[in-house]
Design a protein. Structure first.
Length: 540
């Protein structure tokens, strides 16, 4: 509910109805509640004020680095680890030569060396003031299964600030280094302090709750705010409420939260789940994700992982014949037993024997039962250009494609184009999804090459309320999406932030094109070969 005290508006949530915790089970119940609530008089029942301290997150482990890089930078796990490897191995810093900028990037530990802690406390005290450094160094608990073989991921020296090294790093290296530097610096700083206010509001037989908070002391947030808490910790101000204050109802927003399926995994959530379930190690999170994509078990679409038909078939077979082994508890237990071998509490041969003997029997039965797996062919209504047969969908190394069922007599094949359901603004054809040479998705007219309409941003069936043109979805590098009108002359676009973003995107594309042309020209440039003549020596 949107409530007002004089001119100040704020949001309150209905928590109880008729003395019981609110539980809505249908749209009809929701409508009945909102209709009844609109007839009530609202007043402040109780106000509580307090101070809340929020401590900084620990320095990065491999898992938390991959999660935050996915949320804040839009990086995949593989991309994060590749760039981290470059920072670890060393970057040439002018006259200082090649310098390793971060500690080892495959770790499950939050431990920091005493030397690094002392250097950080001294630097932060000078840069931000003594009040920003706690009286004692912050120490963070590690997970029960942490091996603690390496320190947390941190800059090798906090004195090498992002500003000091930015001229020596490429864009992605600088973004990741900045993230690591800020997280480490924040981990050694004082807690942030918030003034909070909680108000209980009465409306007949209904009870509502409103929360407000304001940052009182920045603490570690002067340097770094985690991706998950960035929005949550934003100031939410309430007016100066006092017990008994009358309030007016501005609007009711009947948000329904009925049972919904869990969201699909993205780069951050899948790594978090692997860590929580004890599957894999810091060094294997990225390879696991890359492997299931390369084998065609899942595909990435709009920053989410979606299982393929092959993935469903393989999963069903594994669950039928290797039920115990694909159970996440088995994998987690095995990881623990391997740790036992490492610390000497378990014998390696006994562990292997207890696993392999029953596994060998299961494997033999599965081999006899499964045989050769063939995916059922999906017949389309698209005729083959060469022989007229209806083409079928095949699963290839780089995804699905269309192929002629007459192979090997007819070897015709073409990419499988996903229809967006939106008409081309240039010729009236259909806009379909295509792939660039580097595998990046873009959208173009299905009448290509007759029509050359292309765009990076996915067309939507939704139309613009201002001019009626179709909308497009633009994704920022951080993963955030925004809808905008496809009509460049639409008043809704003039002077809007999306115009600047699209201009930057166009500039980057142009620079990349020019760079490609220069590379191609250099490769085509003929090289002059030196003519060498063999000199014969004479003996005297």
């Amino acid at each position: 509910a949107k409530l007002k005290k004089e001119k100040h508006a704020f949001i309150a949530e209905v928590t109880h109805a008729h003395g019981k915790k609110l539980a809505l089970h249908s749209e009809a119940e929701t409508k009945a509640l909102t209709d009844d609530l609109a007839q009530q008089k609202f007043s402040v029942q109780e106000v509580k004020r307090s101070e809340r301290r929020k401590k900084a997150a620990p320095p990065f482990t491999t898992s938390s680095l991959q999660q935050d890089a996915a949320r804040k930078l839009g990086f995949t796990s593989g991309r994060t680890m590749m760039i981290a490897q470059q920072l670890y191995e060393g970057v040439v810093l002018g006259r200082h030569g090649a310098t390793g900028l971060i500690t080892y990037m495959r770790t499950d530990s939050t431990r920091i060396s005493n030397l690094a802690v002392d250097e950080a406390r001294s630097f932060l005290s000078e840069e931000y003031g003594k009040e920003y450094v706690p009286s004692r160094p912050n120490v963070y608990a590690m997970g029960k299964k942490a091996q603690d073989a390496h320190e947390a991921i941190r800059p090798t020296s906090i004195l090498r600030t992002p500003a000091e090294v930015e001229n020596y790093l490429n864009r992605d290296q600088l973004r990741l280094y900045t993230l690591i530097w800020q997280r480490f610096a924040a981990s050694q700083m004082s807690a942030a302090v918030y003034d909070t206010i909680a108000a209980q509001i009465a409306a007949g037989d209904y009870r509502l709750r409103a929360h407000g908070s304001k940052l009182k002391f920045k603490g570690y947030t002067a340097v770094y705010v985690g991706a998950e808490t960035a929005k949550k910790e934003k100031d939410t101000l309430l007016p100066d409420l006092v017990d008994g204050d009358p309030l007016t109802l501005g609007a009711l927003n009947p948000e329904q939260h009925f049972t919904e399926p869990p969201p699909r995994y993205n780069d951050a959530s899948i790594v978090k789940t692997l860590e929580e379930l004890g599957i894999g190690r810091p060094s294997t999170y990225a390879p696991i994700i890359e492997t299931i994509q390369k084998r065609g078990y899942v595909e990435r679409r709009e920053k989410q992982f979606r299982p393929t038909e092959l993935g469903f078939i393989v999963t069903d077979m594994l669950e039928e014949h290797f039920k115990n082994i694909v159970d996440v508890k088995f994998t987690a237990n095995l990881e623990g037993e391997l740790d036992g071998v490492a610390d000497g509490s378990l014998d390696k041969n006994e562990l292997l024997g207890s696993f392999y003997k029953p596994f060998e029997q299961t494997l033999k039965k599965a081999e006899d039962a499964i045989g050769t797996v063939e995916l059922p062919e999906e017949v389309t209504d698209i005729p083959c250009d060469k022989c007229g047969r209806m083409m079928v969908v095949k699963q290839g190394r780089f995804g699905k494609f269309l192929a002629c069922p007459g192979f090997p007599e007819c070897r015709n094949a073409k990419p499988l184009l996903r229809d967006t359901g939106v008409a081309c603004p240039k010729c009236g054809g259909r806009i379909v999804e295509r792939k660039s040479r580097r595998g990046r998705a873009f959208f173009g007219c299905d009448r290509y090459p007759e029509c050359d309409y292309t765009t990076w941003d996915e067309p939507q069936k939704e139309t613009c309320k201002t001019c009626g043109a179709f909308m497009q979805k633009h994704r920022y590098r951080t993963g955030r999406a925004i809808l905008y009108c496809s009509n460049e002359a639409c008043p809704s676009r003039i002077g809007s932030p999306i115009e600047k973003e699209l201009a930057r995107q166009k500039k980057r594309a142009q620079e990349a094109l020019e760079k490609t042309k220069e590379t191609d020209a250099a490769e085509k440039k003929p090289t002059t070969k030196r003519k060498t003549s063999a000199r014969k020596g004479t003996r005297s």
